[in-house]
Design a protein around this ligand. Structure first.
Ligand SMILES: *Cc1c(COP(=O)(O)O)cnc(C)c1O
Length: 366
């Protein structure tokens, strides 16, 4: 089976992790600090705060910017559930608005239509690795005095108008889950240029303790710390990031040239002012493509190619969000029925790529 994800791990990661294991100092320490410095340098931000996963990064970011119970946070329904769960975790109310049907990212026009007196923030998600429309999102936020959180879990290494992903809003959140573009199994990171947000996030991830005063608790906090051996692994991964992104972009380009003219197969739409990190290579399958999306997925699986639907159902349909959703979110619902992601990871061989292309093309000819 050609898998949808396969991390690029070799001797560098293994010796980095073993070095920390041998040192006996496993918990958050110098390696986490070094990772925070290097990661914020990569993003051109002033501060980095490492966490134990991307969900805790989002939860901490919502706390850091001052979101409180009862506040409304506008976000996209077409994302991994963690984005919206973090809003519930802080006690706020997710307000789902529709997406732009070409990029699958939140539609700024829909954001503005749904602002109320309770709205405090927006979480925009860089879905599949392409940044959302931050120029418009930030303009709206400024006009209504809202905070913008960038969910960059899928977009490490992407850019928007030459700025690095993570640095496109007030605060940015990353994930280092096993399938993400760089990984340490589970991990996360917050980046920001705001010192107050940074200090609040640091305190929140460590039981509300002021960094300089252990066992003095400023507020409720959690244990969201990353370990030093994971940070050591990420430092090794970080060195590979440019080549990982370049490889993903190259494979994506090969796919797009191959599929561009296939009727009913809609290749990823990349906006000129952005670069895409291709966490996923995701197309839409619509008429007149011969098979419907689900049939194509089964067809590929039978031929040894894993493909995944990110995501089969938009979040506003799930009952724990309990939303009396008044908006019809048609583009999100349509996307949930038509998108399919195929392997684009840097471990793919030339043969794999050619085989995937041939198999998809054949599915439409038979
Ligand atoms: C992966 C992901 C997260 C959550 O990250 P975890 O590390 O799995 O907690 C949040 N948002 C999006 C868009 C993601 O893809």
């Amino acid at each position: 089976m050609i898998k949808i994800a396969h991390p690029l791990i070799n001797g560098e990661e293994i010796s980095a992790v073993t070095r920390v294991l041998r040192s006996g100092k496993l918990a958050q320490g110098h390696y986490v600090e070094k990772l925070e410095r290097q990661f914020s340098e990569l993003c051109d931000t002033s501060y980095g705060v490492a966490t134990n996963n991307g969900t805790s990064a989002l939860h901490s970011a919502l706390y850091a910017v001052g979101i409180e119970p009862g506040d409304e946070v506008i976000t996209t329904p077409f994302t991994f559930v963690a984005t919206a769960n973090a809003i519930l975790m802080i006690g706020a109310i997710p307000i789902f608005v529709d997406i732009d049907k070409k990029t699958y990212t939140i539609d700024p026009f829909q954001i503005e239509k749904n602002i109320t007196r309770k709205t405090k923030a927006i979480i925009a998600v860089n879905l599949y690795g392409q940044p959302a429309n931050f120029a418009e999102i930030n303009t709206i936020a400024k006009k209504y005095k809202l905070i913008v959180i960038e969910d960059a879990a899928q977009s490490i290494g992407a850019t928007y108008k030459k700025k690095m992903s993570g640095n496109l809003a007030d605060i940015g959140c990353f994930s280092f889950y096993a399938t993400k573009n760089i990984t340490c199994g589970e991990g996360g990171m917050i980046v920001t240029n705001n010192k107050d947000y940074c200090l609040r996030a640091r305190s929140f991830r460590n039981h509300g303790q002021n960094e300089k005063k252990r066992f003095f608790y400023e507020d409720l906090g959690y244990n969201y710390r990353l370990t030093d051996f994971q940070a050591a692994m990420l430092l090794a991964q970080l060195k590979k990031l440019p080549s990982i992104i370049a490889r993903r972009q190259k494979i994506a380009q090969t796919y797009t040239s191959a599929f561009e003219k296939t009727p009913g197969l809609i290749t990823p739409f990349c906006v000129d002012d952005r670069t895409h990190a291709y966490h996923q290579y995701t197309f839409s399958i619509v008429s007149p493509f011969k098979m419907v999306r689900n049939k194509l997925q089964v067809y590929l699986a039978r031929r040894g190619i894993e493909s995944i639907v990110y995501y089969p159902k938009s979040l506003h349909h799930f009952k724990h969000f309990d939303s009396d959703q008044k908006n019809s979110l048609q583009s999100a619902d349509k996307a949930a029925q038509t998108v399919l992601s195929i392997p684009v990871h840097p471990n793919l061989k030339k043969n794999d790529i050619a085989y995937i292309i041939k198999t998809i093309k054949n599915s439409n000819d038979t």
